[in-house]
Design a protein around this ligand. Structure first.
Ligand code: SF4
Ligand code: SF4
Length: 190
């Protein structure tokens, strides 16, 4: 079925805001040559239904709702190889990062498994200062309502001491939480 594109922006204010935010993120979609060097060097492009070149084209055309609905933005590893290769200095990696933020703001990300995994991962770091793998796997399974097939490996990993029943915390959790909170506040100001 063809993808539905919703552009409820009769007075152009939304487009104006997007333009300003992309400018602030140093993304210059208008300069994109559609050469494809970004997608050619992207380690995640094969798994994306739209790679960085196509996302840049959508941004250039102002089709942001279509871009934020793309799962590819959650598969990006933020390696910045695309931006390093871009002859137009259009900053495709910055675009993908901004699209992820915009997807969160628009509430589009909530149902995405990768986003749910990100949240569970950060929650584990916030609580323990380290990732607690068992808690992460179970929490992600509950949040996404999908138990990972990797959980079948659980008993063998527990026997070998690779999984812990209890989290292994950092030695100074108060200091860690302060630092973590500061990062979160920085992010929320963006
Ligand atoms: S490498 Fe740069 S100019 Fe080429 S398609 Fe990608 S974003 Fe556009
Ligand atoms: S930053 Fe993301 S889109 Fe760019 S090359 Fe790396 S994985 Fe691909």
């Amino acid at each position: 079925m063809a993808e539905k594109i919703v552009l409820p922006d009769p007075d152009g204010q939304q487009q104006q805001r997007w333009r300003q935010e992309l400018e602030a993120a140093e993304v210059v979609a208008a300069e994109c040559l559609q050469c494809g060097k970004c997608s050619a060097g992207c380690p995640a492009a094969a798994a994306m239904e739209r790679g960085p070149r196509q996302l840049m084209l959508l941004a250039k055309l102002g089709l942001i709702p279509m871009a934020i609905a793309s799962r590819g933005i959650w598969l990006c590893t933020a390696c910045y190889s695309c931006s390093a290769r871009c002859p137009a200095v259009a900053n495709p990696a910055g675009l993908l990062e901004w699209l992820r933020w915009e997807a969160v703001r628009a509430g589009v990300a909530e149902n995405d498994e990768v986003y749910q995994f990100h949240r569970q991962f950060l929650q584990s770091l916030d609580r323990h200062g380290r990732v607690w793998e068992l808690g992460l796997a179970l929490g992600y399974g509950l949040r996404s309502k999908r138990l990972s097939p990797d959980l079948r490996l659980g008993p063998a990993l527990l026997r070998r001491g690779k999984l812990r029943f209890r989290p292994h915390r950092v030695s100074d959790p108060q200091n860690w939480r302060r630092w973590f909170r500061r990062c979160r506040e920085e992010d929320e100001r963006r």
